[in-house]
Write a protein that binds this ligand. Structure first.
Ligand code: PXP
Length: 233
């Protein structure tokens, strides 16, 4: 069974909308863990639009499973990760105007900075994942960086829901396996479009946020996490 990492950024989005103390992503993380989530993911964006530094620090202290920190490849973020020491870091591209992470990293174009970051983070005991488009070239370039994992961006598949996009993801999972890279997947996955991928033996972990938090508004967070886990079992 693939593991389920729950991305709780949108709990923080709701909090930031009104500048209140609630809902607290730290509380949300505990509820996800109680419902069986295998890890908690947060994206500390450079503009701090949802998750705040305080959240990451408190989550590091309170999370009982694993903390996965999504972040841009900047000096500031690598320093923060080295200080807080999440269990893993997922390097993502970040554009200030985007609503969410729109595409994967262009790995070949910045091999050296990624390699340097991987070394620094690994030295602190942090595993590194690269968020990439499901593209053979990106996977091959990822291998050269020394990163332990890739996370395949499933956004195009989720938007188009076509057999062609599904095949692109399946081929990429295969390539990652051949190159001995741990393969995760995420972005845009929901309770319906995850089905063709849910039981794939070579997907290590799904990172899912928006659809779970949206369902939680209607059925509660524990129930939303349990429903997603039942699809993976
Ligand atoms: N994985 C990565 C690297 C992401 O940037 C995001 C979005 O923050 C997700 C997974 C989760 O995407 P969604 O919220 O669409 O489930």
């Amino acid at each position: 069974m693939a593991l389920l990492g729950v991305n709780i950024d949108h709990v923080a989005t709701l909090r930031q909308l009104r500048g209140t103390k609630f809902p607290d992503p730290v509380t949300a993380a505990s509820l996800c863990e109680l419902a069986g989530a295998h890890s908690i993911t947060v994206h500390l964006r450079e503009d701090r639009r949802h998750i705040q530094d305080r959240d990451v620090k408190l989550l590091r202290e309170t999370i009982q499973t694993r903390l996965n920190l999504e972040m841009a490849l900047t000096e500031e973020m690598v320093n923060i990760a080295c200080e807080i020491r999440p269990d893993s870091v997922c390097l993502v591209p970040e554009k200030r105007q985007e609503v969410t992470t729109e595409g994967g990293l262009e790995v070949q174009g910045c091999l050296k900075p990624i390699q340097d970051a991987v070394i620094r983070l690994n030295e602190r005991g942090i595993q590194v994942s690269l968020f990439i488009d499901p593209d053979q070239k990106q996977i091959e370039a990822s291998k050269k960086t020394g990163a332990q994992m890739v996370e395949l961006h499933t956004g195009r598949y989720c938007n188009h829901r076509s057999q062609k996009e599904l095949k692109t993801i399946l081929d990429s999972i295969h390539t990652a396996k051949e190159l001995n890279l741990v393969c995760n997947a995420g972005h845009g996955l929901d309770y319906v479009n995850i089905r063709p991928l849910a039981k794939h033996p070579d997907i290590h972990e799904f990172n899912i946020g928006h659809s779970i938090i949206c369902r939680a508004v209607l059925v509660g967070l524990g129930q939303a996490v349990r429903e997603m886990l039942s699809l993976l079992t």
